[in-house]
Design a protein around this ligand. Sequence first.
Ligand SMILES: [Zn+2]
Ligand SMILES: [Zn+2]
Length: 332
Amino acid sequence: MSELKLVSDKSNSYWAIHARAMMAASNLKRSEIEMLDALIDVESRQVYYQMEIKDLFQYCTEMLGLSRHASYNFITVMNKSKDVPALLEAIRDGSTTVSKARKVCSVITEKNSKEWIGLTRECSSRIVERAVAMANPRAAVHESMEYVSADVLELKFAVSEEWSELLNEVKDLMSQKKQRAVSTEETLFLLMSEFKRKHDPVLKARRVQARNSGRKIETARADTASMDPANEPARDKKHFARDAATAGTAHQAAVQKQSSALNNRYIPAASRHKLALRDLGKCSFVDRHGKRCGSGRWVQKHHVHHFAEGGSHDVENLETLCWPHHVMKHRH
Ligand SMILES: [Zn+2]
Ligand SMILES: [Zn+2]
């Protein structure tokens, strides 16, 4: 008798624990949906600008304390739902979860949404992952760069056949030029260095600085470096030549140019170079904790006193800002 009671007690407690777990799982799903809906509102009103936060990702990690992985999942699914509203509906009605929905974001379209959502509902994450890899092999290779020893990293990413052929051709050319076999790493390193040398505004500014000091020109002359046609891009060289022809002398043209600079949206080279040297081509936004953004991606030049309201192109009136911080400055 007492033995039987013990068994039923035990099984009762199993079912009770299971019921609790089921309840927790359904709460988890519900709070996931609430989280997603809240983030949609945050994004549509760009609430984070009020906190001097530049985007939803930073808001999720810093303000909400979500992991980078979870933030990425929510945001990817949210963005995809703009094109495929059925994805959001499937999460809302509980037929799929955010993390599973995220897995199909690289392949789902409005047309095929039924099949992919069906798959996330019926199948395990592993099977969904495998199906996505088959439909889109590139999405299966995540770009990664990982340490394999103290100072060596391994880079992994997917490339096309065309890419690999081009790489081999460039390696041949480079080996020919160097008169020795050049590795993939060295080839890419040389190409990247060459690109940086050509396009990095900070390096450009340093070259101009070195050239000017090499010529031993007085400081006053250096301050008006924008008048030196050698420092201007091709577009302005043409203007300069035309101005010079009509005005007779280069000096007169320079004076004319200076006075018309007030209505010219184009920031003179001298200011651009000074800005590059000061901000090193990185976003200069400083948040409320005193931390500088420092992003070098999609940077733009911002006029502190707006150009449209008569703000000057002087370096004191300029700031380097990444695109999201620039948008924020103008909204705030
Ligand atoms: Zn601006
Ligand atoms: Zn920034």
